[in-house]
Design a protein around this ligand. Structure first.
Ligand code: GDP
Length: 333
């Protein structure tokens, strides 16, 4: 079993590759819900939807979110009627939010609704929201405090971010199945997702970080940072706001207490010693996912790299290695 911690766009691309090389039923995706938003009275779970659509083979290639070939008739009419329209929902996508909202109002959990939605769309992998409890990612910026969607979509992540908060996280519980998925996996992959606003909320749910520290699984992250910038989106600015270096070292630092290995772009190979200093191995390969082949090849690289044994450190590199707080694992040398 492979457990993948997921945001939206970067994770969706990665999972499209992964499901081409391992049986989809072997994959459990644990997905961020900190970006969830009530829009036109409907419960929208943007990351859960991106992952579901990606695994169902209906994610829009052009946009990277929403349903392939969708139309926006309802959105246009809502705008005419004076409704807020800075957040777009396609017509077919709308059906997902209508049905999710109905099911939630009927007393079902987000976990249950997500599973049923995935099943009806023919998804064979397991998709788990990180929590059934509300967690709201809020970005404190130079122009005031914004919800994640206000910051990302309405303001096009232009205001300088100062801090990200996960409101409600301390009272949230991991969704049923999340901790078991982490404990029982042979491999946990942190997708190439925004470390602060996609993976951050997942790690903020009490119990999840502890499970990652304790699992005997190998844990590998794919870096969403190449060189000194994110491949797309505001991950760089948000990492900087949290005092992190915008580099593969900064990514490794966010996950340092549980990570075994980070997979980085070839051109970042030169920075490997600065990550290995944290006690984290580095595998370099092409991580830019443009074609379907790129996606599958990156997934293959992650699987191959995760099976590599830790090279016996020379006394010198051993000495340069800092202490590693990750809990001892029975399977680890
Ligand atoms: P969001 O919820 O839409 O922000 O989705 P994610 O957090 O999953 O994805 C955004 C992150 O994916 C950004 O930080 C990007 O740098 C990263 N990303 C997008 N495409 C690629 C890619 O092809 N390769 C790598 N390595 N990272 C990518």
């Amino acid at each position: 079993m492979i457990c993948v911690l997921c945001g939206g766009t970067g994770a969706a691309k990665f999972l499209q590759g992964l499901q081409r090389i391992v049986p989809p039923a072997e994959i459990t995706a644990v997905v961020n819900t900190g970006d969830d938003v009530m829009w036109w009275g409907l419960h929208v779970s943007p990351d859960v939807d991106s992952i579901t659509y990606a695994l169902a083979g209906i994610l829009s290639r052009e946009r990277g979110w929403g349903v392939e070939g969708d139309t926006f008739e309802c959105h246009a009419r809502m705008r005419e009627l004076g409704a807020p329209a800075w957040f777009s929902l396609g017509d077919r996508d709308l059906a997902t939010h209508l049905q999710r909202t109905q099911w939630l109002k009927g007393g079902r959990s987000l976990t249950n609704v997500t599973a049923e939605m995935a099943r009806r769309l023919g998804v064979q992998s397991r998709i788990l929201p990180m929590s059934d409890d509300p967690v709201e990612t809020r970005v404190v910026t130079e122009s005031g405090e914004l919800s994640f969607q206000e910051y990302f979509v309405r303001e096009r992540h232009q205001p300088v971010p100062w801090e990200v908060r996960y409101i409600g996280a301390e009272k949230a519980h991991p969704a049923r199945g999340v901790l078991d998925a982490i404990h029982q996996a042979q491999l946990v992959i942190v997708a190439p997702s925004n470390p602060i606003t996609s993976i951050g909320p997942i790690l903020a749910v009490p119990g999840i970080r502890g499970a990652l520290r304790a699992t005997p699984a190998t844990i590998v992250a794919v870096s969403p940072i190449v060189g000194e910038a994110a491949v797309s989106g505001p991950a760089g600015e948000l990492m900087r706001a949290h005092g992190l270096e915008v580099s593969i070292r900064g990514v490794a630092q966010v996950y340092a207490d549980f990570l075994d290995m980070v997979v980085v772009e070839e051109s970042d190979r030169k920075l490997a010693p600065r990550v290995e200093d944290l006690g984290i191995r580095v595998h370099s390969c092409r991580t830019m996912m443009q074609s379907d082949e790129d996606k599958a090849e990156l997934a293959r690289q992650v699987l191959v790299a995760s099976k590599m044994r830790t090279p016996t450190p020379t006394s010198q590199s051993q000495a340069s290695r800092g202490p590693r707080p990750r809990a001892a694992s029975p399977r680890r040398p």
